[in-house]
Design a protein around this ligand. Structure first.
Ligand SMILES: *Cc1c(COP(=O)(O)O)cnc(C)c1O
Length: 465
């Protein structure tokens, strides 16, 4: 295949993509497939001689889509959505065409400066103070890793980074039990050690399962008394399991009173903060030091796209940034090079899809979608609550709720039935020692009818259970 063939094939790919999207509702959300079944179909020795692109393309359309879980399916209610608004997909195609590497300002000036603009747009859209700047990462996990590594930098000074942790005091990071496993991973990989991630208890009967700020204060005091060194606090807004939200104002107050920086993980729920009425869920956020949210989840920026806001980027640049001679920009030392804010050196042009998305949908369009999802989730939860044998285990926080059906075993069996049936896709979590099913509404293409199919399918499949 030559570059001269590219336009034709891209047109064919575009036609295929368009048909794929319009046909999504007719596909099962998740394929009924055993592990290894797909590999058996494509197993072959490494190609020694070139094959015509026609054959490869045909194999793709014949084999791959049927072996995929369809994340853009309007009835995908599992995990959290990974929405790809059409404008953001188009932007990705354009970024692909240039295939630039945006590691430095001079390797991609437009990508670099557009990143600055879209970060400002999103900061304002979420109602954050103008003091925040930020950057785009591939994932919330790497952003949280950067934030925790920065906590280490601040706690030990730069020697912690250069000399390592031997001989250094034992660092402690605090988070609620509702935080995502990416926090555990960050604490592991930063060398702080997973045992030094202190899971703070939640307030009993708190409506959003907040970390108990008094317990946080006590644990920090106990650690100091024991000769350990508190380094930072990670809070969550919209935890993955059931949507838990820490009392941001109260927890930040405790952290800051001890001189600790605070990173807030709002990977999913952050998108909802474009709607003013949901901002009570993170009241006090303006005092955070670092915030992560994934526009690739609910907002509609095609995967991958994780935005981190920073009150002061200097400590993170101190921890992550290196500038060897081959990465210097002659005559422009002061220029922002976002690779110094993030883990990988190489960076994709991710700002483009945000620029397309925000302009093409406008905040009005995006807000309307999110408000619909929240309203439809509440409606579906109400209908499920009235079905015989069903119990709502956690009420909707934004558009996420959980339920169970006659105990753990039946709930697991029902989930298996739902996902084999294919009309919906739901996943499970563990809450208060029980196996429960999560429902996360937020698909870009879903309608009220799609959401109301959840209670309908559940009712059907639970009948003889
Ligand atoms: C999805 C999610 C993450 C992880 O996001 P990645 O971008 O996949 O690393 C972290 N925290 C929360 C609350 C999430 O919902």
């Amino acid at each position: 295949m030559d570059y001269s063939d590219l336009a034709d094939w891209q047109k064919r790919a575009a036609d295929w993509a368009s048909g794929y999207h319009t046909g999504l509702r007719d596909r099962p959300v998740r394929p009924d497939l055993a592990p290894g079944e797909f590999l058996d179909k494509i197993e072959a020795p490494v190609p020694e001689t070139p094959e015509p692109i026609e054959t490869i393309f045909d194999d793709f359309t014949r084999l791959v889509p049927d072996a995929m879980t369809h994340w853009q399916h309007p009835r995908f209610f599992a995990y959290f959505p990974a929405n790809a608004a059409p404008a953001s997909m188009l932007a990705e195609q354009l970024a692909n065409a240039m295939s630039a590497q945006a590691m430095l300002w001079q390797t991609a000036p437009a990508a670099n400066e557009m990143e600055e603009l879209v970060i400002r747009w999103l900061r304002d859209a979420l109602g954050l103070p103008t003091a925040f700047t930020g950057t785009i990462h591939d994932s919330a996990t790497t952003a949280t890793f950067a934030a925790v590594t920065t906590m280490r930098e601040l706690a030990l000074g730069h020697e912690g980074i250069t000399r390592g942790l031997s001989g250094a005091p034992t660092l402690r990071i605090y988070a609620s039990a509702q935080t995502h496993s990416s926090v555990d991973k960050a604490v592991r990989l930063s060398g702080i050690g997973q045992d030094n991630l202190v899971k703070v208890r939640t307030i009993p009967n708190h409506p959003t399962w907040s970390m108990d700020p008094e317990a946080l204060d006590q644990l920090i005091r106990d650690d100091i008394a024991a000769g350990l060194k508190p380094a930072g606090v990670v809070l969550c807004v919209g935890g993955t399991s059931i949507g838990a939200c820490d009392d941001i104002a109260a927890c930040i107050e405790v952290a800051h009173a001890h001189g600790l920086t605070v990173h807030v993980d709002a990977a999913w729920a952050g998108s909802a903060m474009i709607c003013e009425e949901f901002r009570t869920l993170w009241a006090g956020i303006e005092a955070a030091d670092s915030i992560i949210f994934n526009p690739h989840k609910w907002l509609g920026a095609q995967f991958d796209c994780a935005v981190q806001f920073l009150r002061d980027p200097a400590p993170q640049i101190g921890a992550m940034g290196l500038r060897p001679e081959y990465l210097k920009t002659q005559g422009a030392d002061e220029v922002v090079n976002y690779n110094e804010w993030t883990l990988p050196l190489g960076r994709r042009f991710r700002a483009l899809k945000l620029w397309f998305l925000l302009r093409s949908e406008g905040l009005t369009g995006l807000r309307a979608r999110i408000r619909n999802h929240v309203a439809w989730a509440a409606e579906a939860a109400e209908v499920i609550a009235a079905l015989p044998g069903f119990e709502i285990t956690t009420p909707p926080i934004l558009s996420l709720f959980s339920f169970r059906f006659k105990g753990d075993a039946k709930t697991a069996e029902l989930l298996e039935r739902v996902n084999r049936d294919g009309r919906l896709y739901l996943t499970q979590t563990n809450h208060a020692g029980q196996f429960v099913i999560r429902v996360a509404v937020g698909q870009f293409a879903c309608t009220r009818e799609d959401v109301m199919m959840i209670p309908q399918v559940l009712g059907d499949l639970a009948q003889d259970l």
